[in-house]
Design a protein around this ligand. Sequence first.
Ligand code: ADP
Ligand code: MG
Length: 476
Amino acid sequence: MDAEEKRIRAFVRVKPAAAFAQDMIKFGPDNKTVDICIKRDAKKGPVDNTQTDWSFCLDGVLHNTSQELTYEAVAKHLVSEALLGYHGTIMCYGQTGAGKTYTMTGATAEYKHRGIIPRALQQVFRATAPSPEGCVTVRISYLEIYNETLVDLLAGAGSRGSSAAPLAVVDCPQGVRVKGLSIHSVSREEDALSLLFEGETKRVMAEHTLNKNSSRSHCIFTIYLESRCRLSSGVKCIHSKINLIDLAGSERLSKTGSEGQTLKEATYINKSLSFLEQIVRALADPRREHVPFRQSKLTHVLKDSLGGNCNTVLVTNICGEAAHVQETLSSLRFAARMKQITAEPLINEIQDPEETVRALEKEITLLKQELAIQDCLANRFFVSYDPLSDSQRAEIKSQVHQYLAGAIAEIDVLNVRQVQEAFKQFKLILRHQEDELEARFRSKYILVDRNDLAALAALQEVRTAAWAWPASSLES
Ligand code: ADP
Ligand code: MG
């Protein structure tokens, strides 16, 4: 993986506009650069010396790009990596009306206008279809964050009853999790799509009853994947999640003099998006140690989904009209900062020891059956591969002794256990003979260790004394 791949990828998607401000927004021929040029207001005269030109280099500019090609550029690789065990996050950022929901969910009028979520579900189910034994499980949840309140868009959906307890973000060893959020198992693409539809309906209904605007809330659709593969060495369990996020509109509403409910919403959005920006800045700064994820519900939920060990893609949706150029500029700035965050995706893999033992036992049974077939084909009957009994061991011992004595020419062996036992007997005999030899020497001679200098010196003394003795006796 090169350095480029280790960064968060950032794309910009341009909403088709009747009056595209081509003198203000220019795309480079490489389809990666966007230049913004804001002409100085003539009335302000020469005193206005603020910057007027900006250039942004991103991973791709999606201009006049179909839903299908957008999916290919933005999501396809991330989803296939999620199927291998890497967490993935795709989020759409931008002002209201710029095309975030169109990109993420799509328009229902035509099939070809479906967005990233239904296409990701299709890719997941197509990839998992070849394993009918249910090796891969797919589950989904749909969470909305509105004014710092967590809402389960799938509560009560399908067969599950809704839980009355308020939702809460909790940190756990596997990452963050939303306590109380309903997570639904789905075995077919159609079931997943109907849950998505149910969630969307709930979102729209709440919009009417609570008089709230869905562009003021963040929505996170999550696909959880868990695959269990049987290997000869055990069971490998891979789990990953794909977060598909439609963020609230990034426009700075507070400037437009909103009041009441709208002001409250705007304050919450501005806060959570500016916390998101802070997180992005902190993550992009290698010297920063503390990243304040818990400041808002959005950033807390995204704690294990931004950079880090996760594949992250940002789609910045922009409008091409001159009237929106300031918002476009601030969205592009966000994208450029996001692109600086490094990520080091890791596979989320665990081995279950109990499952591993079960798998190994099964493997042993299979291998025994395999051996029985091989023996049968080779006309070898009555071969047992179980551990040797005492009498079988005694038989081999006796054969080894007879072999060494020359009484028999061969030793009967049919399997590896018997070969090992025969070698063990040879080793025992060898050791026994060595001991016997040493004992025999010791009974006859004084054996001294060559390295034991003290013993050697003592021996030398004895030897000298023995030689000297007759001489001194002569003297006396
Ligand atoms: P947002 O979610 O950012 O507020 P929407 O996705 O709701 O914006 O888009 C606003 C309108 O523009 C919708 O009617 C949507 O269908 C349309 N739209 C957005 N992007 C595109 C696009 N790339 N092509 C065609 N229509 C689009
Ligand atoms: Mg929207």
